[in-house]
Design a binder for this molecule. Structure first.
Ligand SMILES: NC(=O)c1ccc[n+]([C@@H]2O[C@H](COP(=O)([O-])OP(=O)(O)OC[C@H]3O[C@@H](n4cnc5c(N)ncnc54)[C@H](O)[C@@H]3O)[C@@H](O)[C@H]2O)c1
Length: 438
């Protein structure tokens, strides 16, 4: 197998998650070039992947001017830059591994798909959950026909409280206006992609959705609470206390303290607690969680497919346990599981003579999950997407999980249609909606 050469565009958290595959498999992947508008991120990636100075760039235009050769560019910039940068890369003849969500704009999504097709290039979307052993095996079981035709899928994503506060109440995705993505698009374009992929013997027909921001709102704020947590009378008892969540617990310090990381040119772990405390006195990360922002904190999505099968999905922000649940009912049986349990149950009715009993098989996928210790990895999905990608680029064909852009269209459009339904109160006809946006 030929070693795949890659460039990382956007060397933050996700860029590293994919590029770090080179540490476990240096014979399969080499990072030959890095690009980042931020000096700290650029230099960090240069050192981390031992990239030659002449292949390190501060902007995409400089990289394109140099005509660097590589098999793929990993585009892990933030949501609003995905479209422009991917179009530039495709126009210059590069294959792209593109972070999700592709874009918040349906027309842009179709533009990327069209240009990739025109140029004969690959755009692989980072729907990493499809590659995770749990979902990959669910898909294989569905394909085998063991539970018959899908009748219904119930699923949810519960976003754990600390992650929710870190990313969606105070962090980069706290406001649709700022990050360009709705909560459903930022967090659950994975889930709606999975639902369309698992049920891809048919196509979405109608979508309806409800949702609101009802918990993290000013009217729920104690009357004596202050704007910032550090001097609030509730600082030690509040469930959302910034001092508790971001200083004592520190779930994603690289994200909370990104500004300090740039300022001091140090990784977050090497910045003192005193400096972090001072930062939280004025930063958005130190602000009361009840301060109104415009992202919703719950949403339901119902999809009816052309063959009559239905999906019932819920996104809930701020739960004690973070997890994804799914229950797929088919004409011959059912599959149920929780993503983080790494186990699924397959159930049938044993209808042999003198019997009519439920039988259950439980499959544990724990041993199949490979994670790179540096970045955790979406139930093994971050590792597995890279494993499949290097083989795909070597001409070894498509795996069951492959997330080519054309296969991401329905999932993204279900998100767009759900948000349209939530805002307008209408049931959205999938085909009409797609036609309107094309
Ligand atoms: N697949 C997943 O499960 C998953 C999980 C989390 C985040 N994401 C997505 O991954 C993307 C990146 O998120 P992140 O947490 O790594 O963000 P990040 O802020 O840590 O990294 C983004 C990097 O891109 C750089 N950058 C921004 N614009 C640039 C440009 N025009 N040219 C070059 N560099 C540029 C920034 O300086 C930064 O270093 C986002 O789109 C996010 O929604 C996906």
């Amino acid at each position: 197998m030929k070693k795949i050469t890659a460039t990382v565009l956007g060397c933050g958290n996700r860029g590293q998650a994919y590029a770090d595959y080179t540490f476990s498999h240096p014979e399969e992947l080499e990072i030959v070039s890095v690009i980042d508008i931020d000096n700290h991120a650029m230099n960090f990636a240069k050192e981390r992947y031992s990239v030659k100075q002449e292949n390190v760039f501060k902007c995409l235009e400089d990289f394109l001017a140099k005509k660097i050769e590589c098999d793929i560019v990993i585009n892990a910039t933030q949501d609003p830059t995905h479209y422009v940068t991917t179009m530039q890369l495709l126009n210059a003849g590069y294959n792209v591994l593109l972070e999700k969500p592709v874009t918040a704009n349906p027309t842009e999504l179709l533009d990327i798909e069209r240009l990739a097709k025109e140029k004969g290039l690959k755009v692989i979307v980072c729907h990493v959950l499809r590659y995770a052993p749990v979902y990959k095996n669910v898909k294989k079981i569905l394909n085998s026909g063991r539970i018959g035709e899908i009748i219904s899928i119930e699923a949810n994503e519960h976003v754990g409280l600390a992650h929710c506060i870190e990313s969606f109440i105070r962090g980069p995705w706290k406001s649709e206006d700022e990050c360009g993505s709705s909560f459903l698009l930022a967090k659950c374009c994975h889930d709606l992609d999975l639902l369309c992929w698992l049920n891809n013997g048919t196509k979405p027909k109608s979508v309806v959705s409800f949702g609101s921001r009802s918990n993290f709102v000013t009217k729920k704020r104690p009357s004596d609470a202050t704007e910032f947590c550090y001097n609030c009378p509730h600082v030690t008892t509040c469930l959302y206390s910034a001092i508790k969540v971001h200083l004592e617990y520190q779930m994603f310090p690289f994200q909370t303290y990104a500004e300090l990381v740039k300022k001091y040119d140090k990784i977050a772990e090497d910045i003192s607690q005193e400096v972090k405390y001072e930062y939280l006195k004025t930063s958005e990360f130190g602000r009361c969680a009840y301060y109104d922002r415009n992202l919703i904190d719950r949403q339901s999505v119902n999809i009816e497919f052309e063959n009559g099968s239905i999906v019932n999905f819920a996104l809930i922000a701020g739960t004690p346990r973070a997890d994804r649940y799914f229950h797929i009912v088919g004409t011959k049986g059912e599959i149920e599981g929780k993503f983080d349990d790494k186990k699924i149950s397959i159930r049938h009715i044993d209808n042999s003579p003198n019997k009519y009993d439920m039988v259950e098989e439980i499959i544990d996928y724990d041993s199949q999950i490979i994670v790179n210790e540096k970045y955790g990895g979406h139930g093994g999905g971050d590792y597995a997407i890279m494993h499949d990608l290097v083989r795909y680029l070597n001409g070894e064909g498509e795996t069951i999980s492959l997330t080519n852009i054309e296969d991401s269209i329905n999932g993204h459009f279900c998100v767009y249609a759900a948000d349209e339904s939530r805002k307008t109160g209408k049931v959205i006809s999938f085909n009409e909606f797609m036609k309107e946006k094309s």
